[in-house]
Design a binder for this molecule. Structure first.
Ligand SMILES: [Zn+2]
Length: 570
């Protein structure tokens, strides 16, 4: 039963027995050893960090070091003497461990404090380790605080927590605090390699990397994930085994989805989404996978040497290709839309929500890359066209980027407005029914906002409150209140400007411009005038007058014909 023995030993056998065996906590370990070696160790230590980075292990090592009868000058416990073995086995009378998660009350702490008044039975120090200390109740903290203020001689408290902010400041200020760091994927991977080699378990490097990434900074999680994989696969562990055992996303899936989004190919993107769902992947995990892939891409653009961290050469090549096709502004815009979608996922059925997000990303690609739209219009049936993968033209993308930088550098400068590609593409395919509203039909500001609201309703709603001071074929001037300047992000401005095909100047609004009408104000004025007209009409109507006289009633509401139906539709 080799398997069973692995399952039992991995996590426990590899619990560090010396400070030097800790992974990734060298600085804390060195500082602590020096503190314990000194003449007067503190009476209270506070260890913080995410789950599974070695807080309790370090607490036990500290208890061993100060009680070890044969500790070396390096501050490491000998692991041989009676104190070391008893403490490591967890049955030393002078070293007590309490899990505050299950002992939250004041009585639990009082018992502990009572026993702290007696000197150690056989060791030099009596040590109290309180794990997850943030779970203690307020009264329990108060009881503990008194002892921390005047600790009995030869008593040491070691508090460990994953959530240090929940500790009262009074308690925090009595302790020497050590922050344990989250481990990097490379550190965990290296340790897994060391452990697997020692255990004579064959495993692909890619498999170890996947386990390390899934452990999210925690060595203990990495070991328990490794145990799950071992229970699943007995021989050489491959990255496929890890994927299946842990239910991880195949790394190809986010790449395939990205390809479909870059091509603006909504049909193929939707197919990938359905396929992933049928394989049991959570839609949220898929979107998150997309997000972390795009984050990796963005980092590689800034620091190309990070590309070499990707072990698979084919993937490296793929990333380089994507970076060439996707300028930074476009990638960032997509990332923002993805994040928005992830945030809203809780509101709807996850699969539906995720599919809508991916479709929006495909359409966004068509917006930021009108060329793909043009290519589609040349193929007559729309459904067939949408299956075509049309790689975006780098020239247009570069132009998009240029526009962004121009916008960022000199927002008030009027560029020599280049022939808007959106219009030319629409003129070319005027006869066909446009899948997306085009800016070419916009002859004034209200019609432009109305057309754009079919693409970006939320952004168009913001625009309705913006004053437009100029609108012609070449230029649009908008006057924004200070809060509007903040509310309308640069990326959305850029994509609106691209869509509109005119250069936009985003002015700061001055008070003398207050007489200008926004679309929303115009609308409410129109509505008011219409209401007045209707009321007057109703009051003067002889039939209504006759009804009022005959029934002795009065007019409460006047609804224009057809309005009730419209309300229902809205
Ligand atoms: Zn010892």
């Amino acid at each position: 039963m080799k398997q069973t023995s692995h399952y039992q030993v991995l996590a426990r056998r590899w619990r560090p027995r010396r400070f030097s065996e800790l992974v990734g906590q060298e600085v804390v370990a060195r500082t602590l050893k020096n503190a314990l070696l000194g003449d007067t160790p503190a009476h209270a230590y506070l260890l913080t960090g995410i789950r599974g980075v070695g807080k309790t292990t370090i607490a036990r090592l500290m208890a061993m070091t100060i009680n070890c009868t044969a500790a070396g000058e390096d501050g490491e416990p000998c692991n041989q003497c009676a104190a070391c073995t008893a403490i490591a086995a967890g049955n030393d009378l002078d070293v007590s461990e309490m899990d505050a998660a299950s002992h939250t009350g004041v009585d639990d702490v009082r018992d502990l404090i009572d026993s702290a008044r007696y000197p150690p039975a056989s060791r030099r120090w009596r040590v109290f380790i309180i794990d997850e200390v943030h779970m203690l109740s307020r009264n329990a903290f108060n009881a503990l605080l008194k002892t921390l203020e005047e600790p009995p001689a030869q008593v040491m408290f070691i508090l460990a927590t994953t959530d240090v902010e929940r500790l009262p400041v009074t308690v925090r200020s009595r302790c020497q605090r050590f922050d344990l760091r989250r481990l990097s994927v490379a550190e965990i991977q290296q340790q897994l390699r060391h452990i697997f080699d020692s255990e004579q378990i064959q495993a692909e490097e890619a498999a170890l990397r996947m386990i390390a990434a899934a452990a999210d900074g925690s060595m203990r999680d990495a070991l328990s994930l490794a145990e799950r994989v071992l229970a699943f696969s007995r021989e050489q562990i491959s990255h496929n085994d890890v994927q299946q055992a842990l239910g991880l996303l195949t790394p190809e899936l986010p790449r395939q989805l990205t390809d479909a989004i870059i091509a603006g190919d909504a049909a193929s993107a939707l197919q990938w989404m359905k396929k992933a769902a049928s394989r049991g992947y959570s839609p949220r995990a898929l979107l998150e996978g997309l997000g972390s892939l795009w984050h990796q891409l963005a980092c590689c653009r800034i620091a190309p040497e990070m590309l070499s961290e990707e072990p698979d050469e084919a993937v490296q090549q793929w990333m380089q290709d994507v970076l060439k096709q996707w300028p930074h502004a476009v990638l960032d815009l997509h990332y923002q839309v993805l994040l928005h979608g992830l945030r809203d996922l809780a509101l709807v059925d996850e699969q539906c929500g995720a599919e809508m997000v991916v479709l929006r990303l495909c359409h966004l690609q068509q917006l930021t890359n009108p060329d793909s739209e043009k290519k589609k219009s040349s193929a007559p049936p729309r459904h067939e066209a949408s299956r075509h993968i049309t790689p975006p033209a780098p020239a247009i993308q570069a132009e998009a980027q240029q526009a962004t930088t121009q916008q960022e550098k000199t927002p008030n400068k009027t560029p020599d407005s280049p022939a808007p590609p959106t219009r030319s593409s629409t003129e070319a395919g005027e006869a066909r029914q446009a899948p997306l509203p085009s800016s070419a039909v916009c002859h004034d500001w209200p019609s432009a906002v109305a057309a754009y609201s079919e693409l970006q309703p939320a952004f168009a709603a913001l625009l309705e409150h913006v004053v437009c001071t100029r609108f012609d074929e070449k230029q649009v001037r908008l006057s924004l209140e200070p809060h509007q300047q903040h509310a309308i992000p640069m990326q959305e401005r850029v994509s609106f400007e691209r869509w509109l095909g005119r250069s936009i100047i985003w002015d700061n609004r001055h008070h003398d411009a207050s007489s200008e009408m926004t679309i929303s104000r115009q609308r409410s004025e129109r509505h008011k005038a219409e209401q007045q007209r209707l009321w007057q009409h109703a009051r003067e109507d002889p039939h209504i007058q006759a009804l009022i006289t005959a029934l002795g009633c009065s007019l409460l509401e006047v609804i224009p014909p057809g309005m009730a139906d419209q309300d229902k539709n809205n």
